[in-house]
Design a protein around this ligand. Structure first.
Ligand code: MG
Length: 171
């Protein structure tokens, strides 16, 4: 089994009155991300982690923010297209671990819907998609509620038999 690890990081600034998407889910908030696409910071970090695992460059190279094609695009489409590049090369996701840095609002109630949404796109059981969230205790641009940041790490493998019913940590 050939294993590859990848990491991704993304930041978006927040502004009042914009829709707020994280992990493919719309969050109720007074602010949302300023972006060329829908600004889904978690999905962008995840795409970069997947691309990084196979040294395929970054999301900006594959989906330029200068292109009309990607203006306002649903980032779930970008994730599907990114994962196709991984599948085409014979790899599949083993697991993903993401950390959201956001001061407000609390996203705990959205974590499971995010995991389920991403698991469906990545064709794995939600137990293979971990999403965690933290504030920065008021420090920096996240603490001042000016922006959101997300770190993502993925493990992918070739010749990997993924059983979507297999649960790594059954609740
Ligand atoms: Mg981005």
């Amino acid at each position: 089994m050939d294993l590859r690890i990848g990491s991704g990081y993304d930041v978006h600034l927040l502004a009042k009155g914009l829709p707020f998407y994280i992990g493919g889910v719309k969050i109720e908030h007074t602010k949302g991300c300023i972006a060329h696409s829908d600004g889904d910071t978690l999905i962008h970090a995840l795409c970069d982690a997947l691309l990084g695992a196979l040294a395929l460059g970054d999301i900006g190279q594959h989906f330029p923010d200068t292109s009309e094609e990607f203006k306002g695009i649903d980032s779930k489409i970008l994730l599907r297209r990114t994962y196709d590049l991984i599948l085409e090369r014979g790899y599949r996701l083993v697991n993903a671990d993401c950390t959201i840095l956001l001061q407000r609002p609390k996203v705990a109630s959205y974590i499971l819907p995010m995991r389920e949404t991403l698991a469906e796109i990545l064709q794995v059981h939600p137990d293979r998609i971990s999403i965690k969230a933290t504030t920065t205790e008021g420090a920096g641009f996240v603490g001042r509620e000016e922006g959101i940041a997300v770190y993502a790490t993925v493990l992918i493998a070739a010749n990997f038999t993924n059983n979507a019913n297999f649960s790594l940590c059954k609740e």
